[in-house]
Write a protein that binds this ligand. Structure first.
Ligand SMILES: O=C(O)[C@@H](CO)OP(=O)(O)O
Ligand SMILES: [Mn+2]
Ligand SMILES: [Mn+2]
Length: 548
C-alpha cells in the first residue's frame, strides 16, 4: 500500500478535476486524412484559444514500446496515464524473453512442450498474425515454432486471426503467404506444422470487456471444434471470403482448414495450447473459455483437457491465465492507488468498448478497485453494431452521466474515456469519423459547461492518435490511392502526439500558464495530482504544470 500524498496547500477548487480521454484523437502530421482537423469541433477550437494546452508524446519509447516506430495503443497509453511513469511493455518484454531464450527456460514453456512430446500430441498456437505489435508479433510466433521443433515437438497447428486493424486493412496475405512458406520450410518427416483455422479479429475470438461473447463462441467452434466453412488452405480461404463478403481483414468470416473433409487441427484432449497475444483485454474471454470449469456465456459442447498458457499474465488481480510464458511489467503505485490512500473520491466511466481501458488498463492491468468505498466504476453498454453505422456511439449517454455526477458534487476526481475517435477511426470510414468527432465535440462542450459551473477543472487529453491519420501515405508523404481513385483508408493508430488542454474554472495564477513541453502522456498522472492540490511522488514523471 502506498502512502497518502502530501498536500501542497496551493490549489483549491470547489468542483472536481475531470479527466477526459478522447481515445484515438491526436494532432495529424498530414493535412489530407486528418479527420480531427477537418471536423467542425467548435468546442475544442474554443478551448484551444481560451486555455493553456500542449502536445504530449503517445507512441514508441514514450509509452514503453520497443522503438519509436511503434504506434501507441490503448493499453500502453492508459497504463502510462494511470501509473505516472513508463514501464517496459509486453511487446518489449516478450521480445526480450524470446531473444535471450529466457522464455524457453521457464517452467510453463517446458511444461507445455513436454506435454506435447510425452503424449505425442499437438502444440497449438492461437493469436493475431501480423507485426502490429499491439496484441502480438508474428516474429514471436515464428521463433516459438522453431524452438518447439528443436525441442522435439512433432505437430504444430496455428489458429491465425487476420489483423487489418493494426496493419493495412487488406494486408493479411502479406503475413499469411510467407508464413505458410515458413511452415513448409520447417516441415519434414518428423515435423508437421500447418495453419488450422482463422478469421477476422473483429468477428471471432478477440472480443473484449464482455461486449459480444458470440465472437468467442464462433472462435471456439472454429479453432477447437473445427466447425465452419472448410478450405484447403488459408490463402484460398482469404481470397474466396474476401471476394464473397467484400470484408476488410478484421471483419473476414471464420474458416477451417480441412483435408479430405476433415479439419486438420481441432484441439483435443492431451494437446498444449499457447495464446500468443501478449495484450490482455482481448485475450481474457477466450482464456476463460479454455480455463473455466463452468461457462455460462456459451455452450462449449466439448472442453478438451489441455495444457493452456497465455503469452503473459493478462490480469494481475485475478491471476489469469493460470499459466503464462512472460511476466508482465510490474506496474505499481498507480494514480488510483495513491488517490485512495489520500482519501480522494473517484468516479470512472466509459461505454463497454473502452470500459476496461479507464479501469483495468488505467490501473495497471488490474480489474479490481483499490478501495470500493472511495471509487465507483460505471459502464454504459455499447451497441453491437459496426461503429461506422453509429459513429456517435454512447458519447451523449456518457456525458449525461458525467454531468449528473458533476452536479451532484460527490466526487473529487472524475475520469472518462470517449471511444469515438478510436473505434470509428478503426473502421477506415472517413465520413463516419468526422461525424464521430463532431458528436464528441458537442458532448465535451456540455461537460465543459457543467465543470465550469461547478468550479472544477477539466483536463482534456488522449491515449494515442487514430482519427488524425485516416489515409495511407507513401514515404514521401503523398496519399496512396486505390484503383478507383479513392484514398487508401488507414485503419490503424497513428504515431502522432496528442493534446492536453487544462480548462480551469478559477485560475488564480497558482501555476505558470505556459505548460511544459516535450513530455509524454505519463505526465497526466502527476498533473491531475497537482490539480487536486497534491505533490506528485518523486518516482512519477513530471507534471505538465509548474506550480508556483
Ligand atoms: O482495438 C484494439 O484492440 C486496439 C487495436 O489493436 O485498439 P486500442 O488500443 O485503441 O484498444
Ligand atoms: Mn485507445
Ligand atoms: Mn484503437
Amino acid at each position: 500500500m502506498v502512502d497518502a500524498l502530501k498536500k501542497m496547500g496551493k490549489i483549491s477548487r470547489k468542483g472536481p478535476v475531470v479527466l477526459v480521454i478522447m481515445d484515438g484523437v491526436g494532432f495529424g502530421k498530414y493535412k489530407e486524412g486528418d479527420a480531427v482537423a477537418s471536423s467542425r469541433t467548435g468546442t475544442l477550437n474554443k478551448l484551444y484559444k481560451a486555455y493553456p494546452w500542449t502536445k504530449l508524446k503517445a507512441h514508441g519509447t514514450a509509452v514503453g514500446l520497443p522503438s519509436d516506430d511503434d504506434m501507441g495503443n490503448s493499453e500502453v497509453g492508459h497504463n502510462a496515464m494511470g501509473c505516472g511513469r513508463v514501464f517496459a511493455q509486453g511487446a518489449k518484454l516478450v521480445n526480450a524473453s524470446i531473444s535471450t531464450g529466457a522464455m524457453y527456460e521457464g517452467t510453463t514453456w517446458k511444461k507445455l512442450i513436454n506435454n506435447a512430446k510425452e503424449k505425442q500430441s499437438t502444440l497449438h498456437f492461437i493469436g493475431l498474425l501480423s507485426d502490429g505489435n499491439v496484441h502480438s508479433h508474428i516474429d514471436n510466433l515464428k521463433a516459438m515454432i522453431v524452438q518447439a521443433k528443436k525441442e522435439g515437438v512433432s505437430k504444430v497447428r496455428v489458429h491465425a486471426l487476420l489483423d487489418g486493424r493494426d496493419v493495412g486493412e487488406l494486408s493479411a496475405l502479406e503475413y499469411f503467404d510467407p508464413f505458410e512458406e515458413f511452415l513448409s520450410g520447417l516441415n519434414d518427416e518428423g515435423f508437421d506444422a500447418k495453419i488450422a483455422s482463422g478469421g477476422g479479429r473483429m468477428v471471432i475470438t478477440m472480443d473484449r470487456y464482455n461486449a459480444n461473447w458470440n465472437m468467442v463462441k464462433k472462435g471456439w467452434e472454429t479453432h477447437v471444434l473445427g466447425e465452419g466453412r472448410m478450405f484447403d488452405s488459408a490463402h484460398e480461404a482469404i481470397v474466396t471470403l474476401r471476394e464473397e463478403s467484400k470484408a476488410i481483414d478484421q471483419d473476414l468470416p471464420p474458416f477451417v482448414i480441412a483435408k479430405d473433409g476433415k479439419p486438420v487441427g481441432t484441439i483435443e484432449d492431451g494437446d498444449s495450447v499457447i495464446l500468443f497475444n501478449f495484450r490482455g483485454d482481448r485475450a481474457l474471454e477466450i482464456t476463460k473459455a479454455f480455463e473455466a470449469e463452468e461457462l455460462t456465456e456459451f455452450d462449449r459442447k466439448r472442453r478438451p483437457d489441455i495444457e493452456y498458457a497465455g503469452m503473459m499474465e493478462y490480469d494481475g488481480d485475478l491471476h489469469v491465465p493460470a499459466q503464462f510464458l512472460v511476466t508482465p511489467p510490474a506496474i505499481d503505485k498507480t494514480l488510483a492507488e495513491y488517490l485512495c490512500a489520500s482519501k480522494v473520491k473517484q468516479f470512472s466511466i466509459s461505454e463497454t468498448q473502452k470500459f476496461g481501458h479507464i479501469t483495468y488498463f488505467f490501473n495497471g492491468n488490474r480489474s479490481g478497485k483499490f478501495d470500493a468505498s472511495l471509487e465507483e466504476y460505471v459502464e454504459i453498454l455499447s451497441d453491437i453494431v459496426p461503429f461506422e453505422e453509429r459513429p456517435w456511439m454512447k458519447c451523449a449517454e456518457i456525458a449525461d452521466r458525467v454531468i449528473k455526477e458533476v452536479e451532484n458534487g460527490d466526487w473529487d476526481f472524475i475520469k472518462l474515456n470517449f471511444p469515438n475517435g478510436d473505434m470509428v477511426g478503426h473502421t477506415g470510414n472517413y465520413q463516419a469519423v468526422v461525424c464521430s468527432m463532431e458528436g464528441l465535440d458537442l458532448q465535451i462542450g456540455r461537460i465543459y459547461k457543467a465543470v465550469m459551473e461547478a468550479g472544477g477543472v477539466m483536463v482534456i487529453t488522449a491515449d494515442h492518435g487514430n482519427a488524425d491519420d485516416m489515409f495511407e501515405h507513401a514515404k514521401d508523404g503523398s496519399v496512396k490511392y486505390k484503383e478507383n481513385g479513392d484514398p487508401q483508408a488507414k485503419t490503424s493508430h497513428s504515431l502522432n502526439p496528442v493534446p492536453c488542454i487544462i480548462c480551469d474554472s478559477n485560475y488564480q495564477g497558482e501555476y505558470e500558464t505556459e505548460l511544459k513541453s516535450g513530455l509524454g502522456i505519463s505526465s497526466i498522472a502527476a498533473t491531475c495530482m497537482n490539480l487536486l492540490d497534491f505533490e506528485s511522488p518523486s518516482e512519477y514523471d513530471p507534471s505538465i504544470i509548474t506550480v508556483k
